[in-house]
Design a protein around this ligand. Structure first.
Ligand code: MN
Length: 260
């Protein structure tokens, strides 16, 4: 595997983001794609009741995974703080309000073969990052199962003060990027994370944040849609600019969310 791309939080915008990913795969001869989690839920007002949006967007993602895998592209899907509640079957303040739809989404999510972390040469990749309070364990690198239910519940509930929680620091699905920058797990000084929205990707740091598709309640774009590319021969990262942040994306998104 020579070229890998890493994709930040998609949050029910998979049908708009994945065509951009397809172009990059083709133009850069990408062989591996790693998604850092948070496929579900959106800040856009009124969508928590929109089960149709959840269903169509998650099915789009699962279909994409199957097609990409058939073409020989290695795909890895990490779990985010939003996904983990569906995976565990525990509804919370930001999950889909309809219980039946919530459970169906949780079942479909299993098709992504979610895992906690991925090691890419010197870099540890996870949704939110490992700070000094959380150890990396072997099971984090393989498909999740409810065998590790107790640990997963700990991950889902450990939220630090920077994200409004009571814990000393957040778990690998909840930590704020600054927690990882200030106090990374000492064995993993180099990490790649999503979770904390970034205006663009900054390669000058040891902790690289790639959550560039974030939008707010009113559909204002926060990130510019940068994608991180890694070449395992040269061991170098580069940033691929995209046309994500545009009037065209805004218009398509508005239609996609409202569309039946
Ligand atoms: Mn997140």
């Amino acid at each position: 595997m020579t070229k890998t791309i890493l994709v930040g939080d998609t949050h029910l915008k998979n049908a708009l983001i994945l065509p951009i990913i397809d172009d990059i795969i083709e133009n850069h001869k990408v062989e591996q794609v790693i998604f850092v989690g948070d496929y579900l839920d959106t800040k856009i007002l009124g969508q928590q009741d929109n089960a149709k949006l959840y269903a169509k967007d998650l099915i789009y993602l699962v279909d994409w995974k199957n097609k990409a895998t058939e073409k020989g592209i290695s795909c890895t899907f990490l779990i985010g703080n939003h996904d983990i509640f569906y995976y565990m079957g525990i509804p919370t303040s930001f999950t889909l309000t309809n219980q039946e739809a919530f459970e169906a989404i949780g079942d479909t999510l299993e098709e992504l073969d979610l895992q906690i972390a991925f090691q890419l040469d010197d870099y540890l990749i996870s949704h939110a990052g490992y700070n000094f309070l959380f150890d990396v364990e072997d099971w984090h690198f393989s498909r999740l199962s409810l065998e590790n239910e107790d640990e997963l519940i700990r991950f889902a509930s450990a939220i630090g003060p920077m994200r409004g929680g009571q814990d000393l620091a957040g778990s690998p699905v909840w930590a704020h990027i600054e927690e990882i920058e200030i106090a990374p797990n000492p064995e993993y000084p180099k990490q790649i994370v999503g979770h904390t929205p970034q205006p663009s990707i900054d390669l000058s740091k040891n902790i690289i944040g790639i959550d560039t598709f974030a939008i707010d309640e009113e559909m204002n774009f926060y990130g510019n849609g940068d994608i991180l590319l890694y070449d395992s021969e040269s061991k170098e990262f580069s940033v691929i600019a995209t046309k994500w942040k545009s009037v065209e994306t805004f218009d398509r998104l508005k239609k996609y969310i409202g569309g039946k």
